[in-house]
Design a protein around this ligand. Structure first.
Ligand SMILES: O=C(O)CCC(=O)C(=O)O
Length: 305
């Protein structure tokens, strides 16, 4: 349900006042990751190998990056500038303050290592705004941030994210640009293609979906960590409420920071990849995934049951 429309001239004030206090802008620790990640393998996709690759992926049920699989998508030619052609389209956005995410809708406290007090962690969904607000927000430069760092962009106080919305509902103009899919199985059983468009530093916390996913990176880069379903006990899923049972209480960014401090350790051994434009990541059904945009980013997920 869409419920807020904020005129453009009032946006800056609204964003500022929507948190009870100003941030002291404590940056998230820019710790280099020393967790023993396993690198997600890459497979060069070609039409003549499509069947063989599909068999291999569906049999192994392990993540893999397909390179060369998106060359037939017209969307891959779109630039940030091209997206401005759709600037007047009104879309529902998530807005988060100080690194909050949907888990904060249900939390009464934040974790011990969180630099922000709980009253600053505010999160809104379905705020209806024209796309160019978001594009302006995405292209604003952040001072002193190193995009190679796992914590890149994390310090920015306000983040807008057009996240997990069905592309045919929010940007139907792009629907013709997202085909074909490189796996026949995904093409025939496709349930939904969702848009993820946001600034550097957006984080989708560790969670899992009841769908297989071909996750297409169109613009910018995302660091993705994946955890095998057999490690579900270790990632501490929320026991309640029901809607959070697919989400972990663990903050993967903190896991990285802790491991950097104590020289490794921790039980969860994620797979990892930094996904770049033109690459597509196969995320098998029920695999946990945590996604951090290390650059301004535009991605499309393609789910099938
Ligand atoms: O890109 C993101 O922020 C999250 C994507 C995701 O969780 C998904 O496609 O299932």
């Amino acid at each position: 349900m869409l419920r807020k429309v904020i005129p453009r001239q009032q946006l800056a004030t609204w964003l500022e006042n929507s948190c009870r206090q100003q941030s002291t802008a404590v940056p998230f620790a820019a710790a280099a990751s020393t967790v023993a990640h396993r690198e997600v393998p890459k497979i060069a996709w070609t039409q003549d190998k499509a069947h063989e690759i599909q068999e291999q992926l569906l049999e192994a049920e392990e993540p893999a990056v397909l390179t060369g699989a998106l060359t037939r998508w017209p969307l891959l030619k779109w630039t940030w500038k091209d997206l401005r052609k759709l600037g007047d389209v009104v879309v529902p956005m998530e807005i988060s303050w100080h690194g909050s995410d949907y888990r904060d809708l249900f939390r009464t406290h934040t974790s011990m290592t969180d630099p922000e007090p709980p009253q600053l962690k505010k999160y809104e969904t379905d705020v209806e705004l024209p796309l160019f607000y978001l594009l302006d927000h995405i292209t604003q430069k952040e001072e002193g941030k190193n995009s190679a760092s796992p914590a890149a962009g994390r310090g920015k106080a306000v983040k807008m994210y057009l996240a997990q919305k069905d592309i045919k509902d929010v940007l139907p103009q792009l629907q013709q640009e997202l085909a074909p899919l490189p796996l026949q199985e995904a093409q025939t059983r496709l349930y939904r293609q969702s848009v993820w468009l946001g600034p550097q530093g957006t984080v989708t916390p560790l969670h899992r979906d009841p769908y297989s996913n071909l996750f297409a990176q169109i613009l910018g880069a995302k660091r993705i960590q994946l955890v095998h379903p057999s490690q579900t006990g270790m990632v501490q899923p929320f026991a309640s409420p029901l809607v959070l049972r697919n989400t972990s209480e663990i903050d993967m960014e903190e896991v990285d920071a802790r491991c950097a401090e104590d020289g490794g350790g921790g039980d969860v051994r994620p797979w990892e990849v930094t996904l770049r434009p033109g690459e597509m990541l196969y995320i098998p059904k029920s695999w946990w995934h945590h996604i951090h945009a290390v650059e301004p980013s535009f991605s499309v997920s393609c789910w099938w049951p």
